[in-house]
Design a protein around this ligand. Structure first.
Ligand SMILES: Cc1cc2nc3c(=O)[nH]c(=O)nc-3n(C[C@H](O)[C@H](O)[C@H](O)COP(=O)(O)OP(=O)(O)OC[C@H]3O[C@@H](n4cnc5c(N)ncnc54)[C@H](O)[C@@H]3O)c2cc1C
Length: 473
């Protein structure tokens, strides 16, 4: 038995697992790119448990990494020889404040459980990601982007206030007004400054039904023109889109004969309505320049939130859910997005998308206040992602495609979304955060001066020694 097991277990109400007790799922994450073994897995029950765990780590020279559902990739939600805090044990949903439209939750609550809990009052979180199996702490720490983000920003923007434990082991309450620099260091902060233990999340009243229009575009320019209209005209509640290949045959690509595709852009704008107040389809679609209009789907709003479940079930049945997932996602400037997409897609092997897809999201840059969710300048932005499922034996062939896509996207002004496959050098980390890098470093120094929290992903290099202290500097 590990000599630190009993002293740690005695400090907390939750459960401590040693190396002989936890399973494979704690060695890696959805990416399956890195495999690290923690010394302990801790399932905390309370904020106090989290604080005691951090204090214990500090006393014994251990690192503390945090995980929610471990749906990230790269070196996130895993720990090498340290304590891995498995936050899903902090899964309590407290009172709903109907006056303020807020709900208090623990950081390990899974969004699906919250959505199901709230449906009795026709309340929804303002932004939901495609995958509801992830935790509040996990997505707030990343950003959390969804089909309503063009209106409401990221999930992090929709935190009212929170209770966190810093790398110093302090329990601190923060909001936009109270300890704001800590608040904005936790939002999209990858657990670098503090651990989110409780949050009041902002809700909205939803209508009971959704009408989902299945439009198809054959031209990225027309798709962007219409999506700009839709983001601005105030008629739509959700905007979702993809790029889909239609394989055409085989032609020479980069010196070899390969399958090539014509690319289409399915676009599913959606509007909520209450029964008896159905939207007027002609008015909704007026002035749009789509290539085809395939289908209109009326479904309960709760089913709309869960619309991706059949896709994920298919990936599970096909076995691709268990492959490597080196996802390459970018937020592109509006001006260069079409050129970028037109350069990337023609050479992309359609077979890469078995068990995955190409994400394409019109978004607004102006609706987020998040400091560390890095995005290009500009009112309108496009989220683009190559999301493959890769058998380990093909990784060496796939990696250059993703690396090239990442480099070209950044050269054209894009910013990477950090939940995916990231292999930045120290210099690339600085470039990613740009003007925000000194603030990130300063927050780390202030709230986690011994660098206990979530080491191994962001490469700070010497920055922690040389940058000035004080998160506001
Ligand atoms: C099928 C699928 C679909 C997805 N769709 C979307 C999408 O539509 N939009 C989108 O934005 N993302 C999407 N993602 C990415 C996903 O939302 C992020 O990876 C998210 O961070 C996962 O949350 P998690 O609970 O699994 O967190 P984890 O992966 O476990 O952790 C992510 C990061 O958050 C930190 N963290 C976790 N909990 C806490 C906490 N309580 N306090 C402080 N830090 C914490 C971890 O240390 C880590 O740095 C998708 C992922 C998958 C697999």
């Amino acid at each position: 038995m590990d000599r630190l097991f009993s002293p740690l277990q005695e400090r907390i109400d939750g459960v401590v697992f040693t190396r002989d007790q936890f399973g494979e799922e704690h060695l890696t994450n959805y990416g399956r790119i890195h495999y690290w073994k923690p010394r302990f897995v801790v399932k905390p029950l309370t904020t106090q448990d989290v604080a005691e765990t951090v204090r214990f780590a500090k006393e014994h020279g251990l690192f503390v990494s945090t995980r929610g559902s471990a749906h990230s990739q790269s070196e996130l939600g895993i720990s090498k020889d340290g304590i891995l805090l498995d936050m899903k044990s902090m899964d309590r949903i407290y009172e709903v404040d109907h006056g303020e439209n807020l709900v208090e939750v623990q950081g390990g609550v899974v969004w699906r459980d919250l959505v199901q809990h709230l449906k009795r009052w026709d309340l929804s979180p303002r932004v939901l990601t495609n995958n509801l199996g992830v935790t509040i702490g996990g997505t707030v720490s990343m950003a959390g982007i969804g089909v309503a983000s063009f209106k409401y920003g990221s999930q992090g923007d929709n935190v009212h206030d929170m209770e966190v434990v810093t790398g110093n082991g302090d329990i601190v309450h923060c909001s936009r007004d109270e300890n704001p620099e800590l608040f904005w260091s936790v939002v999209a902060g990858l657990g670098q400054s503090a651990i989110l233990c409780k949050a009041n999340m902002i809700l909205r009243k939803n209508k009971k039904m959704c009408r989902n229009y299945y439009l198809l575009y054959d031209d990225i320019g027309k798709f962007m023109t219409d999506s700009e209209k839709m983001m601005d005209d105030g008629k739509w509640d959700y905007l979702e889109s993809w790029a889909s290949p239609c394989p055409q045959g085989i032609k020479p690509i980069n010196g070899e004969r390969r399958v090539f595709a014509k690319w289409f852009y399915p676009f599913h704008p959606t509007v909520e309505f209450d029964p008896g107040e159905e939207p007027n389809d002609k008015e909704m679609l007026e002035g749009l320049d789509f290539y085809d209009y395939l289908y209109t789907d009326d479904l309960p709003t709760i089913d709309f939130h869960e619309r991706m479940v059949p896709v994920f079930e298919l990936w599970k049945k096909a076995g691709t859910w268990d492959y490597m997932h080196p996802w390459m996602e970018l937020v592109m400037p509006w001006d260069t997005a079409a050129d970028y997409i037109n350069q990337i897609l023609p050479d992309l092997p359609p077979g890469l998308l078995i068990g995955g897809h190409i994400l394409l999201w019109p978004a607004k840059g102006t609706v987020s206040d998040s400091k560390f969710f890095m995005r290009p300048e500009g009112d309108n932005l496009i989220g683009f992602g190559i999301l493959p499922a890769v058998p380990q034996r093909y990784w060496d062939q796939v990696r250059p495609i993703l690396d090239n896509g990442s480099l070209l996207g950044q050269a054209m002004g894009g910013k990477r979304y950090l939940s995916g496959y990231i292999n930045f050098t120290e210099e690339e980390w600085r470039m990613h955060f740009g003007d925000r890098w000194p603030e990130l470093v300063a927050a780390k120094k202030k709230y986690d001066p011994e660098c206990l929290l979530n080491p191994g992903f962001i490469k700070y290099g010497d920055a922690l020694k040389t940058e000035p202290a004080g998160a506001n500097s």
